[in-house]
Design a protein around this ligand. Structure first.
Ligand code: M6R
Length: 592
């Protein structure tokens, strides 16, 4: 959600920034803009819609300093005028922002009373005018920006380009910001993630909230926003596997990422018993164990809590990071919160962790993106090591999280080695799973259902979360109404929705609830539903189609979700949808 990019160096700034913004595209955006400094003037180029071919964009060549922004509209419609960066009244600096200024109305009224004029509907312009107000008393832009930032409420990260000198300032709170420095110290990058400049340098400086970075005279300095004091920083090196962005011959990132799961479920559990030991001990002695996440990560949190209950016999409770209100006074010392997140930057989840920490509970996390806020807030940090997940719809991150949760739950009851072997077995079966034959079967099913609008998915026991995640996946890419339910809910109301020809997907594993699941499938079938079975349990006569998943025992949620990911992909392709960047969605939901 919104991307920020800044550059100072010896290359064409417009090109470097455009490339950077393209690598931030996956976060979701509806308009974009670039500002570069040339001939002691700031030049801005803004556009609605997609960025297009980097080579074709030659609006502002010959500049070596600049900033860029991809905007996901919050305040004010999707217009060129509302796109960032935004000029100060005297055109001496520009600002781009990622976040929401929660007290924007209040600040805007105050600024209007002081005579400031507004030309956009954005909350960003409030930041610009606020800096201008501070500059009436303080002549230095860095100090004025710092003081203005202290007046903002909400999670905001801003980047500022100044006209007079080769000077970029950025301040972080809540929304991500990371700096990159080239090995020869000639180039500096500031961005919302390391992926956007990883092709230039592998040396990064991770920033914390309420820190301000300044790049001036080819030097990077870091300051505390609170008092303006300069602080020391560490330059870290990132591994190439963590930043490689390539479709590797596939038409879309989504299908590449689906296929990669054969390996990523193993990578996510590439931990030794000793590396898990501290968390295992903490879980054993915890008063309460919670798991938390949102969206797909929320379903993974549900699945992990299920494993912790079923396998580890811990009374784990799954929470939605955006519905924590009633737990605020219950979570405290002696408790453990396990956070699940691909990006590690989801605002809802970070807010949940903030009060978890404040209340004295410990935080564990499984995150995919290196150096994220969630990881840095955690007492027990784990990476799912799946490589960049570029498609907005999460696939390999989900199965990696589930795989890690399975290993963790088994480690609690001393079945670490057994769990590792089971994961390896499933990984092996998946290596033979993605065949042309399977793809053809799914394409032909897609052809039969593509004109329907409403679909239902039924799961039970360990496949309950798969029904929710499977349905979410198809919704995101196809824009069709897919709804996941616990099969047990059927008779309590849901069956009223089933009519002749209604497509109902039934997830059937060879487990202790299979008979109940088959009965549910039979009941919808008896009411004329078009029933499709998914799972490792042999086809029932009444299924119109059965998509077989590898035998996986307790790891079936991993293998059973994959057919839904493939249905989502092939149906999205047939419908001509934007697969990797579905409408309205952002990869990293950094605002609430
Ligand atoms: O980065 P996170 O895993 O914390 O993101 C959480 C959700 O926003 C994310 O899973 C979202 O639901 C995806 N679009 C699902 O495909």
């Amino acid at each position: 959600m919104c991307g920020i990019f800044g550059y100072i160096g010896d290359k064409d700034a417009e090109k470097v920034i455009t490339e950077g913004l393209k690598r931030l595209e996956y976060r979701g955006y509806d308009s974009w803009g670039i500002a570069v400094k040339k001939d002691d003037k700031i030049h801005i180029h803004k556009k609605i819609g997609e960025i297009g071919d980097v080579e074709e964009i030659k609006q502002l060549p010959g500049a070596f300093v600049g900033i860029g922004h991809t905007r996901w509209a919050t305040h004010g419609g999707v217009t060129k005028n509302n796109a960032h960066p935004h000029f100060s009244t005297d055109m001496s600096f520009v600002v781009a922002q990622n976040g929401i200024v929660e007290n924007f109305q209040e600040l805007k009224s105050m600024l209007e009373e002081k005579g400031f004029k507004f030309e956009t509907q954005t909350d960003t312009e409030v930041i610009v005018r606020l800096i201008e107000l501070k500059l009436r008393d303080i002549k230095e832009l860095r100090e004025a920006a710092r003081l203005a930032f202290l007046d903002l409420k909400g999670r905001n990260t801003i980047i500022i380009l100044e006209q007079n000198t080769d000077h970029i300032i950025a301040i972080r709170n809540g929304s991500p910001l990371v700096a990159g420095i080239s090995a020869d110290r000639k180039e500096y990058f500031l961005a919302s993630d390391i992926l956007s400049f990883a092709h230039h340098t592998d040396q990064v400086v991770f920033m914390n909230d309420y820190q301000m970075v300044e790049i001036k005279d080819r030097k990077l300095s870091l300051f505390e926003v609170e008092n303006g004091n300069e602080i020391e920083y560490k330059i870290q090196k990132v591994e190439p596997g963590e930043v490689n962005i390539d479709k590797e011959g596939h038409e879309h990132f989504m299908i590449k990422e689906i296929i990669e799961q054969q390996y990523t479920i193993k990578e996510a559990t590439n931990y030794t018993k000793d590396e898990l030991a501290e968390l295992v001990e903490a879980l054993k002695s915890a008063k309460n164990v919670y798991t938390v996440g949102a969206g797909t990560a929320g379903y993974a949190a549900g699945q992990i809590a299920y494993y912790l209950r079923k396998i580890a016999k811990l009374n784990a409770v799954e929470l939605k990071s955006y519905e924590m209100e009633s737990y605020k006074d219950l979570i405290g010392e002696g408790d453990i919160m396990i956070a699940i997140s691909q990006s590690g930057e989801t605002a809802d989840t970070i807010e949940a962790l903030e009060f978890t920490k404040k209340n004295g509970a410990k935080i564990a996390s499984i995150v995919n993106m290196m150096g994220s806020t969630t990881t840095r807030m955690s007492d027990y940090k784990f990476y799912s090591r799946s490589g960049p997940e570029i498609c907005v719809a999460s696939t390999k991150a989900f199965t990696a999280q589930v795989s890690w949760g399975y290993l963790l739950a088994n480690a609690v009851v001393d079945k670490f080695e057994e769990a590792k072997a089971n994961i390896a077995k499933v990984s092996e079966s998946l290596q033979n799973y993605f065949t042309e034959e399977l793809f053809e079967q799914i394409k032909s099913l897609v052809d039969r259902i593509k004109d329907q609008e409403h679909f239902f998915v039924l799961g039970r026991g360990m496949n309950y979360y798969v029904s929710l995640e499977g349905a979410l996946k198809v919704k995101e890419i196809t824009y069709k109404h897919f709804e996941g339910f616990a099969a047990g809910e059927l008779k309590h109301g849901v069956i009223a929705l089933v009519d002749k020809g209604t497509p109902v997907f039934c997830i059937v594993s060879d487990d202790e609830v299979k008979n109940d699941m088959v009965s549910a499938a039979a009941e919808v079938n008896a009411r004329g539903a078009f029933t499709v079975g998914i799972g490792d349990n042999p086809k029932q006569a009444f299924f119109e189609d059965f998509i077989e998943a590898p035998q996986a025992g307790d790891l079936s949620p991993i293998t059973n979700v994959i057919p839904f990911q493939l249905i989502s992909y092939f149906l999205g392709v047939v419908l001509g949808n934007n697969i990797d960047k579905p409408r309205n969605l952002a990869k990293s939901v950094t605002v609430k």
